[in-house]
Structure formats: structure tokens, C-alpha cells
Design a protein around this ligand. Sequence first.
Ligand code: ZN
Length: 151
Amino acid sequence: MDYTLPVFLAHAIALECEAAERYQELADMMEAHRNDKVSALFRDMVLYSRMHHDSIVERAGSTVLPKIGPWDYVWRTPPEAGGDEAFDYRINPYDALLYARENEVRAMNYYSDVGMNSREPEVRRLAAEFAHEECEHVAKLDAWLARTHRP
Ligand code: ZN
């Protein structure tokens, strides 16, 4: 894939926006489970995604970004939730963490793919930086998975 900077920024903004929304949903679900710790983790992740989103928007500045349609790398709903239906609110903390992890890995792979393959040095640099951030998110979720009861 050979992204120009505006196309890359548009995708990154879409990805972070989606992540923030999904984490918000996950946080609400965990609250319904009265799992305040995992809920708080997901609320932190909402903030990280929003901060990342905002810094990308800032980085884009006055650059005109292309509108992009729905796209494969954006977070996927769990298969059991069925298409565009809302999440299954009975999802347990372990599966919620696992689901978040899968999506973080997808984001990480996406960014590192762009980071390695783009012809534009600035796109490569930014994408590598974002891939690193996603890698940290995956590590954070792994740490939580390790101390969460597996149903
Ligand atoms: Zn992330």
C-alpha cells in the first residue's frame, strides 16, 4: 500500500476515532458487570485514543484530508454480536480484553505495514511511531489478560 500523507492521516484519524468509541462501549459494558477495574482500564484507553486522535488532527493542521469510507482495518465487532448489532452486553471481562487485544493487534499491524511500505519518509516515520504506541497498548492488555479470570 502506498499512502500519501493526507491519506494516511485520514485513516489514522478514522482508526483512533473508532477505537475511542469501542473502548467507550467496552467500558460501559464492564460497568454493567460491576467490574470497575477493567472498566477504568477501558476508560483510560478511551482517553489514549482521543489524545492520539487529537494529536493526529493537530499534525494534519490545514492539510485537506480525503474522506474515506468504511474500511477493513477499523475495529471489528465480535462475530457473536452479529454484524452491525450492538455488542453483546453479557461479554465477560476476559473476552472483552481479548477482543480489544485483537483490534489493537490489527491496528499495530496496519501501522507497521504502512511504516515499512510507504514511499513517503514522513508517512513511514509517523506510521512507525503509531505502531509503537499500539504495541504498548497490546502489552497493557496482555498484562490485564494475565491477571483476569478466564471463563
Ligand atoms: Zn491502541
